[in-house]
Design a protein around this ligand. Structure first.
Ligand SMILES: O=C(O)CCC(=O)C(=O)O
Length: 353
């Protein structure tokens, strides 16, 4: 596990940087952004037509960035790709030698809590809300069930990038697990909380053009077009709204977008994105489950209390309105106490009394 393999992992990573294939994104050669203004409440376009200039087979391009230039340069490259396209895929965050073990433990934890998670989803559906996707298994606050991935959560390339956007005191707002079983349904286009208007608590559109929350999808199996690599719409993080809750006139939230891509990567990679990015669950057409962790990083100033059951904000904004919950479950204090020292600050706001 990580403490023993840290230096090896660093060596492997250095080799990868020199090969230039550790970091992938839709780079600028791919797209010439032609702005097609449909609605214009402000100076920002709500819709864009993205015309492709060049496309690799996989739809994503590997490129060489760093050589020996070091961590800071890498941060800035990831940051600038997220700023430009809304997302970036960072490979080898969980080293290849650890990822199978992490996946096995996460899958076992999800299985053990599957019935309970389905019952919670059913309660929300019974109140008339669309939540979850058929064929996708969920485990909320997975860290309460297994800490096997905790050593990687403060990775410089992930937390460091979050800090580049938000400054100090970043907090984790979500640690869920998703297992897309073979044959799972396609999901609807949405942006993540607090930009998903199907949730009781959300930022009112048109959104200010500011990064407020970073989402990430940790690939515990490889993500390919066959097994349901997440659909993303490059550039959509700067749109003023998204199709969830019918937020964009003329856009069917369930229909493919002509410029959609799939965020593919080997197991151990992380898809890091601005939470405003339009994305959707893709169908798994393989015969193996696709396994992921959903980790979100919030600035200290983003009010997370409406997502926390038992708080007055949750009572007022979610329960009393009958709205759809974006629920977070506190971390157990025994789990918190066993976290690595550099990960504890990410959960300190949420320890179960
Ligand atoms: O699992 C996926 O591919 C996408 C998950 C998703 O839509 C989300 O976490 O908001």
């Amino acid at each position: 596990m990580p403490p023993n393999t840290c230096s090896d992992a660093k060596k492997t990573r250095k080799q990868k940087y020199q090969n230039g294939n550790h970091l992938r994104s839709n780079n600028d050669a791919l797209y010439n952004l032609e702005l097609l203004i449909l609605h214009n409440h402000s100076s920002r376009p709500i819709m864009m037509s993205l015309s492709r200039q060049r496309q690799s087979d996989a739809g994503l391009v590997s490129f060489s960035l760093l050589g020996d230039r070091g961590e800071n340069v890498e941060h800035s490259e990831i940051v600038s790709h997220i700023e430009q396209f809304g997302y970036c895929i960072v490979e080898d965050v969980i080293p290849a030698e650890d990822v199978d073990d992490v996946r096995r433990q996460v899958v076992a934890a999800q299985r053990a809590h599957h019935e309970q998670a389905e019952a919670e989803l059913a309660k929300t559906r019974a109140r008339g809300h669309r939540i979850g996707v058929q064929g996708v298994g969920l485990l909320k606050q997975a860290i309460n069930a297994t800490r096997c991935f905790a050593p990687f959560l403060a990775d410089e390339r992930i937390l460091g990038v979050a800090e580049s956007f938000f400054g100090e005191f970043v907090r984790i707002s979500c640690t869920d697990c998703l297992i897309n079983h073979p044959g799972n349904q396609r999901g609807y286009w949405h942006a993540d909380w607090p930009f998903n208007a199907t949730n009781a608590t959300h930022v009112k559109a048109p959104y200010p053009d500011a990064m407020m929350h970073i989402s990430s999808i940790w690939m515990l199996t490889h993500f390919g077009e066959d097994n349901g690599a997440t659909f993303v719409l490059p550039g959509s993080h700067r749109f003023e709204n998204n199709p969830a809750a019918g937020g964009v006139e003329g856009i069917d939230e369930d229909a493919p977008q002509p410029d959609q891509r799939q965020a593919t990567g080997p197991a151990g990679s992380v898809l890091l994105y601005d939470s405003r990015l339009w994305h959707a669950v893709a169908p798994n057409r393989s015969d193996e489950p696709r396994v992921a962790l959903i980790i979100r990083y919030a600035p200290w100033w983003l009010n997370l209390t409406p997502t926390m059951r038992g708080t007055p904000d949750h009572q007022r904004m979610v329960l009393e309105t009958g709205g759809k919950n974006y629920d977070a479950i506190p971390i157990r204090s025994d789990v918190f106490n066993m976290l690595p020292d550099n990960v504890k600050p990410l959960y300190r706001h949420w320890v179960m009394p």
